[in-house]
Design a protein around this ligand. Structure first.
Ligand SMILES: Nc1ncnc2c1ncn2[C@@H]1O[C@H](COP(=O)(O)OP(=O)(O)OP(=O)(O)O)[C@@H](O)[C@H]1O
Ligand SMILES: [Mg+2]
Length: 362
């Protein structure tokens, strides 16, 4: 239905979308997720040509939008857009807001537009507000009217850009319920959201965006339960990450200790976990590995999960040196106090040793 081929979007020298390739099939309900600034809104604006791409191609129902001379206005009618801010006409009643575009652009009679508009208002639970003005509605009600107005144009696909992020928390539910109904009815849609709960509820496919590309694409279950790539995993599990790259024996370990402290403080990591992370890095990296490795090149990644109240420390270095090779456990005295599991693995192919330590807050 929609296909992106090597689509690119740059603002002057800054390339926001480098190479977007994907296909949206009819009936897909796609959640577009990713860190702030990775171009999710830009991708949507490119798709409906509010902000045309600067390279590559977009096809909608086999017609190339990016071809010279394409009738963009006609193609745009296939796509409805719902924004964070509702953009209703405040001088028109709710029903007039909904009737306006179908009469003007689709050539419906006022009666047809009214009947259809009332049906849509019933669908979003607002029929009795038809004759009110938007200023008398709550944010959640306004957004539901905005959705009804979009549906009135009978688009093939609906694009939502953070439809609930401007709402008071008490109103998020009513809007989510309307979006969920739409997804269940098989409407094709794409939704940008930072609410992972909403993404899980309404999508059958998830695109994780990062580094100017669609970094990982999978079913909702794949992306949330078994993400393949590190960045995706960190994002969907909301892991707070700290990386240290130790490159020589002169490494500033006092600086590293204060970096860990700042990382813990910034992410509100409980004090005991923080102590555990510091002790583990200090003992394993600075006491044991620094002394034993012929050339210390050690990468340390700490990942903290608020949800699980635990932290993982992954330490990687070249060579097959295994601390305390006598048995399976790494004999780190200090770690016995904090950690629940420790694992050592040597990968023959890359010649890299990996140690993973799990630290619990207990
Ligand atoms: N009109 C513009 N001119 C220049 N740069 C822009 C313009 N619009 C967006 N950008 C830049 O493009 C990048 C992507 O922005 P975009 O709004 O698409 O991100 P996003 O993923 O939607 O972020 P968020 O989750 O915060 O909404 C940002 O670095 C932004 O500064
Ligand atoms: Mg955005």
């Amino acid at each position: 239905m929609i296909e992106f081929r090597h689509m690119q979007k740059a603002y002057g020298p800054s390339v926001v979308l480098k190479d977007i390739n994907t296909v949206v099939n009819e009936g897909d309900s796609i959640a577009l997720i990713g860190p702030s600034g990775t171009g999710k809104s830009t991708l949507m604006r490119c798709l409906n040509f509010l902000d045309p791409p600067t390279g590559g191609q977009i096809f909608v129902d086999g017609v190339e939008l990016t071809a010279p001379g394409c009738d963009i206005n006609r193609m745009r009618q296939k796509m409805g857009m719902v924004f964070q801010s509702y953009n209703l006409f405040n001088h028109m009643t709710v029903i007039e807001n909904i009737m306006y575009a179908p009469v003007k652009l689709l050539g419906l009679s006022r009666q047809e537009a009214y009947d259809r508009g009332m049906e849509l208002l019933r669908q979003v639970g607002l029929a009795e507000r038809a004759l009110k003005y938007p200023s008398s509605l709550s944010g959640g009600q306004k957004q539901r009217v905005a959705i009804a107005r979009t549906l009135a144009m009978d688009p093939d696909i609906i694009l939502f850009d953070e439809p609930t992020s401007a709402l008071d928390p008490t109103m998020v539910g009513e809007v989510e319920a309307v979006i969920e109904d739409l997804a269940l009815s098989g409407k094709t849609m794409m939704i940008v959201t930072h609410e992972m709960r909403l993404a899980k509820k309404v999508s059958n496919r998830v695109l994780y965006m990062d580094e100017g590309i669609i970094y990982e694409d999978g079913t909702t279950e794949q992306i949330f339960e078994h993400p393949v790539k590190d960045k995706t995993r960190r994002f969907v599990r909301r892991l707070k990450v700290l990386e240290l790259n130790i490159g020589s024996r002169d490494y500033d370990y006092v600086g590293a200790a204060s970096e860990i402290e700042q990382y813990c403080f910034k992410n509100r990591i409980p004090q005991r976990l923080c102590n555990g992370i510091q002790a583990a890095v200090e003992e394993l990296c600075f006491t044991i590995l620094m002394r034993e490795l012929p050339e210390p090149k050690i990468d340390v990644v700490a990942e903290y999960s608020e949800k699980h109240e635990s932290a993982y420390i992954t330490v990687r270095y070249p060579g097959d040196f295994r601390p305390g090779s006598s048995d399976d456990k790494i004999p780190l005295k200090v770690l016995d106090v904090f950690s629940s599991t420790q694992e050592y693995k040597y990968d023959e192919e890359s010649g890299i040793s990996t140690i993973v330590i799990k630290i619990l807050d207990r």
